[in-house]
Write a protein that binds this ligand. Structure first.
Ligand code: HT7
Ligand code: ZN
Length: 836
């Protein structure tokens, strides 16, 4: 297939003013009538995208035509078109029931549902399915479904029909339709200018009592966007629909967000604290897209980070405001390193704004999302909070109603703040994680920090130029902080000189002010000093993490880490969530990435054993204090997902994990006594980890088999916690379980993804059985759902980290996948890039 290239962008030949769609719903033969008012754009032939459509009729200005149909759409030559505006009418037939790709119009549990981003609308009707064609939509739905929804405001309904009108011009990827037997939970919000907005969350009957947290999160998001960004909601109605079959987390369709039910439904008994937090942030994320994505959209898909990076940054700010800012920052960095640094270090590395793609669905990545958000965080660091606010105001003022580019985005910052961002643009164009090396010198009351940056080569980009790196720093003296500031490293090498009477302990890259790898160990004892008393909480945590990694990667003596971490754990003045984070060990994958950084090959069994060994040492060093601390963190009274209760539970459960290292029966009583899912699932996972989970698993399943989201947890916990030497057998047996509905992405991800991602030593079993299991299922899923299959192929992206035996085994599986007949374009592109 020919790649699509950013440099080949051309403006649309024809623009669209209005679209009238009529759907006659039928599970196997839905007929879609489209009436589209085209007006001249750049001029030329009319090309309409279309996929898996049956064209029943077409006309231009009332005259029937027979357009030239081809594999990816249809074309009407310029000479066959009127000179000026014209009306196109077409009828197409589609089969939602047969749509297992879950793109376009499909069925989930008997309910009609759409997913149009990025290129799903072309599976509904012929259309210029590109984000720079924005139009006003009116939609009529005819059918027997009790509830029939589309974007915008309701425009009328009667027996067997409903009409919707969305006054805001939008690209086709934001179109949505939902129809089925749904129940709503309702509320309202009054905007700061006094507009009353009805809020509705639609779910299956029986799920209404699990929507309260999502609704509350929505109202808090609406208020926050008004207060922090000055953005008000702009329709009379905001609706969310929860569906069980969904390829991703959620979708920001204008006025009608569609959500994976995982990010809507929650109650204390069925959802963990982490689930609640996820709901809050995904609800906020999709809501914030109303301005950053919908009112201002992307000119083309290369600009995806324009909406995604910015919206992730906004949802991170929101969650930080709702919860604890330092804890949120640590969580976000953990996520960034786990997914984005991993991506940047391997064959799938690509810039935040890629230059080409074969299948755009493959570029909804941690780089576009999470690194994209980091770029915005750096921009804010560079221009200051006030400059950032001015730039954002200008962005909304200048580009409202438009399909914009990264250039437009940077220009508003330049115009609003006077900064020259020419060099900053490299952050969008260069892949790879910059390394910042630091040398220190103290002489005659002058402390000199010399920074040097380099970015390793990535696919297609052997050479890198320096990027501007804002390094927030502080110097710690014996009595506390003696100096602090932000240094922007914009050359290959540069120095910062500070006058101080004594050699200080430097604290660099505070708050993780740039997405780089800081190569800075400093003088002996400095990390322990930072862990004990850095005034920047992020760097306090980072010092502990770096000491733990020294042990796990280099085999260093863990005493400094043990002493410092236990001191943090026992410090009652600190937030319990922060204490729990300080006690957390790097994941096996993170340790593997760090080993690979040193140029050594990774032995996944040794990584696991060393990690368990360090955990055990921590448990031994804590001794009886673990149980005492656990008891002190009890949260009696009704469950709350907010305030300090989740942090206390996290710390208490971390203690339980450590206690279990020394006494495998420790989780038995907590499992039996748990009154919420957070505690119950933790205890269950520990029991399974210790090989004592059989009865608990049976009880858990019997209790929750009617709730798909909880059954997903049941599968995932077994896949992730099974002993590595028999994990393949465990997951293979689970594929035979009657509840393993592998066509449902959540279930597939819970088991196959939960194994490949959650059980590294099991996946990398040296006989290759783990690789074979994953490849078999990937090939099987690819025939039905290429998007989800292609995503799974990322589990092989690190294959070059391992020993020759494992590399050969993985390569053989990659080869087997690549040579599968009829492999989707999505998966073929991913496997091709991974192998290159
Ligand atoms: N903008 C959305 C991204 C998306 C998506 C969602 C569901 C299914 C397929 C999808 N492809 C792209 C979600 C978001 O980032 O907010
Ligand atoms: Zn998004």
């Amino acid at each position: 297939p020919v790649p699509t290239r950013l440099q080949d962008y051309t403006p649309p030949a024809w623009l669209v003013e209005t679209v009238h769609l009529t759907f006659r719903l039928d599970p196997e033969a839905t007929v879609v009538r489209s009436e589209i008012r085209f007006v001249p754009g750049a001029g030329g032939d009319l090309h309409l995208d279309g996929q898996a459509l049956r064209l029943l009729s077409a006309s231009i200005n009332g005259e029937a035509i027979r357009p030239d149909l081809h594999e990816c759409g249809l074309t009407v030559l310029e000479e066959q078109l009127p000179d000026g505006p014209f009306t196109w009418v077409a009828e197409t037939r589609i089969n939602p029931q047969a749509n297992t790709a879950l793109e376009g119009l499909y069925m989930s549990n008997g309910m009609y549902c759409t997913q149009c981003e990025a290129e799903g609308f072309r599976r509904i009707t012929y259309f210029p399915d590109r984000p720079d064609v924005m139009a006003v939509y009116t939609v009529r739905i005819e059918g027997a479904e009790p509830v029939m929804l589309s974007n915008g405001n309701p425009a009328g309904s009667g027996e067997g029909w409903a009409e919707w009108h969305d006054p805001w011009p939008k690209p086709s990827y934001l179109f949505a339709l939902v129809a089925g037997d749904l129940r709503s939970v309702e509320d309202s919000f009054t905007t700061r200018s006094g507009r009353d907005v009805d809020l509705r969350i639609w779910v299956r009957d029986g799920d209404q009592d699990r929507c309260a947290y999502a609704m509350d999160s929505l109202k808090r998001s609406m208020k926050w966007d008004e207060e922090v960004y000055g953005r008000e909601y702009d329709l009379d109605l905001f609706q969310i629909v929860a569906v069980d079959d969904f390829n991703a987390g959620a979708m920001e369709n204008k006025g009608l967000n569609i959500f994976n039910s995982k990010y809507v439904l929650a109650s204390p008994e069925t959802a963990t604290d982490g689930d609640f937090e996820g709901i809050e942030s995904v609800i906020a994320h999709e809501y914030f897209h109303n301005w950053t994505g919908n009112r201002i959209t992307c000119r083309d898909w290369f600009q995806l980070s324009l909406k995604e990076g910015l919206t992730v940054f906004r949802d991170q700010q929101f969650s930080a405001d709702m919860r604890s800012e330092p804890v949120k920052r640590i969580d976000d960095v953990l996520r960034l390193r786990a997914a984005q640094f991993r991506e940047d270090a391997g064959p799938l590395a690509h810039p935040v704004r890629p230059a080409e793609y074969i299948e755009i669905n493959n570029f909804y990545t941690a780089t576009v999302y999470e690194k994209g958000a980091e770029l915005i965080r750096m921009l804010r660091e560079i221009v200051g909070a006030e400059g950032y606010a001015k730039a954002l105001d200008l962005y909304f003022e200048r580009h409202d109603g438009e399909a914009a580019t990264i250039e437009d985005w940077l220009k508003v910052f330049e115009d609003a703040t006077g900064h020259d961002l020419t060099q900053f643009k490299r952050w969008y164009e260069q892949a790879g994680t910059p390394r910042v090396h630091v040398a220190e010198q103290f002489e005659d009351g002058r402390f000199t920090l010399t920074f040097r940056q380099e970015t390793p080569p990535t696919p297609g980009q052997p050479e890198k130029a320096p990027v501007p790196i804002p390094i927030r720093w502080g110097l710690l003296g014996a009595q506390g902080e003696v100096a602090a500031g932000t240094f922007v490293l914009d050359k290959a090498q540069d120095s910062l000189i500070v006058e101080v009477p004594e050699r200080p302990v430097p604290s660099l890259l505070r708050g993780f002010s740039a997405p780089v790898i800081l190569m800075h160990e400093g003088a002996p004892g400095d990390r322990a000093a930072r862990l004990a008393r850095d005034t920047d909480p992020f760097n306090r945590w980072e010092a502990g993490r770096s000491l733990a990694l020294d042990t796990l990667v280099q085999g260093a003596d863990p005493q400094d880490w043990l002493d410092g971490t236990i001191a943090v754990a026992m410090d009652e003045t600190l937030d319990p969530t922060f204490r729990a984070l300080a006690l957390g060990l790097p994941s096996e994958d993170e340790i593997a990435r760090q080993i690979a950084e040193t140029g050594r090959s990774v032995d996944p069994d040794a990584v696991r054993a060393d990690r368990i060994g360090l955990d055990r040492k921590l448990a031994e060093a804590l001794g009886p204090r673990a149980a005492e601390l656990r008891a002190a963190m009890a949260t009696p009274g009704p469950y709350s997902p907010d305030g300090d209760a989740p942090g206390k539970r996290e710390l208490a459960n971390r203690m339980l994990g450590l206690m279990t290292r020394l006494d495998p029966t420790a989780p038995e009583a907590p499992f039996a006594d748990a009154t919420n899912m957070t505690d119950r699932l933790t205890a269950l996972a520990l029991l399974v980890r210790e090989g004592r989970g059989e009865a608990a698993l049976a009880e858990f399943h019997a209790q929750w088999q009617h709730l798909p989201g909880v059954v997903d947890k049941w599968f995932a916990v077994q896949a992730g916690q099974a002993a590595p030497d028999r994990a393949v057998e465990v997951v293979t047996a689970l594929t035979e379980h009657p509840d393993f509905n592998w066509k449902t992405p959540n279930r597939f991800r819970a088991l196959v993804g939960g194994f490949a991602g959650g059980n590294p030593a099991g996946f990398h079993r040296v006989d290759g059985a783990g690789y074979r299991f994953v490849a078999d299922w990937l090939i099987r899923l690819d025939k039905l759902n290429p998007m989800t299959a292609a995503r799974l192929s990322g589990v092989f992206e690190t294959w070059r980290r391992y020993d020759d035996t494992r590399q050969d085994l993985m390569e053989a599986e990659l080869e087997r996948i690549a040579s599968t007949d009829g492999l989707s374009r999505d998966t073929a592109e991913m496997i091709g890039r991974i192998r290159a």
